[in-house]
Design a protein around this ligand. Structure first.
Ligand code: NDP
Length: 237
């Protein structure tokens, strides 16, 4: 386990699923952790009490709320942008408002979170986006907006890696495959279809994703930047 003692870490979207596993891992590794949520107050408060972290209500669809929140936190050693929405459906039927909201949460929030955090971050800080294997492979219909939003994170990480590299700040994307959470339960109806695309036919666990995030936030990953790491059982292989 990596020692994050003395590190201050913010996780956007940390109340459930992958985000909660990231909060747990950092908190049990000694970091001072704060995380945001949007709807599950009770779950968020229970996680905060369990882990000694801080739960903050902030909507990732609200650009100014995210900028103000991050600016108010002081220097952060690492920021993980995990909040994301799926929004699958027929593009001919999906409402423009829903698509815009998806892009605000999945693209705008990571951008403004990263830039705002970098203003106050010490040299050697870490910025990690939770993307998706669907940035590389989208073998099912109804995922165009989602896949586009996750592909955007790759370009964003590459560009920001150049911008912040002189300060030793790294910017990377972690791209999970089907991961057992409320968004994509391992026992859900599309399980067989999703597993058919994978070399290892099971859902990823949130703890496995958290382990990769912790590695990228840790001291041995200081030279890794502008990269995307898939953790997807070979979904995109
Ligand atoms: P869940 O739906 O299980 O959890 C989503 C988390 O994000 C919750 O903590 C939720 O808060 C928070 N969140 C959602 N919208 C907002 C918002 N507008 N503002 C603040 N917080 C928000 O998702 P997963 O854990 O499955 O997914 C986490 C990330 O991983 C996402 O970016 C997703 O796209 C990505 N991913 C997931 C995969 C999967 O198969 N599960 C595969 C590939 C990528 P609250 O509890 O308050 O609702």
């Amino acid at each position: 386990m990596i020692d994050f003692n003395g590190k201050s870490i913010l996780v956007l979207g940390g109340s459930r699923g992958i985000g909660a596993a990231i909060v747990r891992l950092f908190a049990t590794s000694g970091a001072r952790v704060a995380f945001t949520y949007i709807s599950s107050r009770e779950t968020a408060e229970a996680l905060a009490a369990e882990t000694g972290s801080e739960a903050l209500l902030a909507d990732s669809a609200d650009r100014d709320a995210i900028i103000d929140l991050i600016a108010s936190r002081g220097p952060l050693d690492a920021v993980v942008v995990n909040s994301g929405v799926l929004g699958a459906g027929d593009p001919l039927a999906m409402s423009p408002n829903d698509i815009d909201r998806l892009f605000r949460i999945n693209i705008h929030a990571p951008y403004y979170a990263a830039v705002t955090a970098a203003r106050h971050m010490p040299d050697g800080g870490r910025i990690i986006f939770i993307g998706s294997t669907n940035a590389d492979r989208t073998p099912m219909s109804g995922l165009a907006a989602y896949a586009a939003s996750k592909a955007a994170l790759r370009g964003m990480a590459k560009g920001l890696a150049r911008d912040f590299g002189p300060r030793g700040i790294t910017v990377n994307v972690v791209q999970p495959g089907p991961t057992d959470t409320d968004m994509n339960p391992a026992g859900g109806p599309l399980k067989g279809k999703m597993h058919s695309f994978m070399a290892i036919k099971r859902h990823v666990t949130s703890a496995e994703v958290a382990g990769l995030v912790a590695y990228l936030a840790g001291p041995e990953a200081g030279i890794i930047t502008g990269a995307a790491y898939s953790i997807d059982g070979g979904f995109a292989a």
